[in-house]
Design a binder for this molecule. Structure first.
Ligand code: SF4
Length: 231
């Protein structure tokens, strides 16, 4: 599935959606979809792995950790329907990467330009914590995504785990670098050997945004830099 933009991504997304490689996660997302949260009891939850979302010709790839149980796992679109997504899409809108600041459901008209959003784990994990083995399983999709969206120039990793597993995937697809996962810091940026870039941001989880560890300005600044590098 190398190259060829939209077709490659559609095929890949459909394969991701059908994946059941991690039994614990497959069971969990189905169970969440059945029981639902009271506030969303009228929703028909997605309850499957959540595919990539965005522009197949993107120069910027944004990597999150995993869909939220009642966010992406409910709506079927990554970072859609939860507070992390509200923060992320507002920042993307402010730097011109989306046509609107909200991301509420799959048919809300949101368009992402020049960016693709993915995750190192495509299934919502219990307590937002995928196991090492689950992250390892999902590397297959990370590598396929980076091969599909092969015009990318800059990756933005949201959080340390996304950073570490993206660094691994890059090496495995032949993008050499000497960046260590331990170098993660908000706002840090690293050149890869082929001239492309990886940037770090704290994840816009409530744990970071409620406590002020990550502010809207800090998040926007990372994407402003990504837009500069992704021209
Ligand atoms: S986490 Fe990834 S590898 Fe595991 S079942 Fe979900 S999509 Fe498949």
């Amino acid at each position: 599935m190398v190259g060829d933009g939209g077709r490659c991504l559609r095929k890949l997304n459909s394969a991701i959606t059908a994946c059941e490689k991690c039994p614990r996660l497959a069971e969990y997302i189905r169970q969440v979809a059945q029981t639902r949260r009271r506030a969303y009891r009228d929703w028909e939850y997605w309850g499957k792995p959540v595919p990539n979302f965005g522009d197949p010709d993107a120069k910027i790839v944004i990597v999150g950790l995993a869909p939220a149980a009642h966010g992406g796992n409910r709506t079927g679109r990554i970072f859609t329907g939860d507070e992390s997504g509200n923060w992320l899409f507002r920042a993307l809108y402010e730097v011109g990467l989306t046509n609107q600041p909200e991301s509420v459901h799959r048919d809300d008209g949101l368009e992402v330009r020049n960016a693709l959003i993915t995750a190192v784990c495509h299934c919502a994990p219990p307590a937002n914590k995928p196991t090492r083995e689950e992250l390892q399983n999902c590397q297959h999709w990370m590598k396929a995504t980076l091969r599909c969206v092969d015009e990318w120039k800059v990756i933005v990793a949201l959080g340390r785990i996304a950073f570490e597993w993206t660094l691994r995937a890059l090496k495995e697809i032949g993008v050499e670098h000497s960046v260590k996962g331990s170098a993660f810091a908000h706002g840090a940026e690293f050149a890869l050997n082929d001239g492309r870039w990886i940037l770090c941001s704290y994840h816009p989880s409530q744990q970071n945004t409620f406590t002020g560890k990550l502010t809207r300005e800090m998040l926007r600044a990372v994407f402003e830099r990504a837009v500069q590098l992704g021209r």
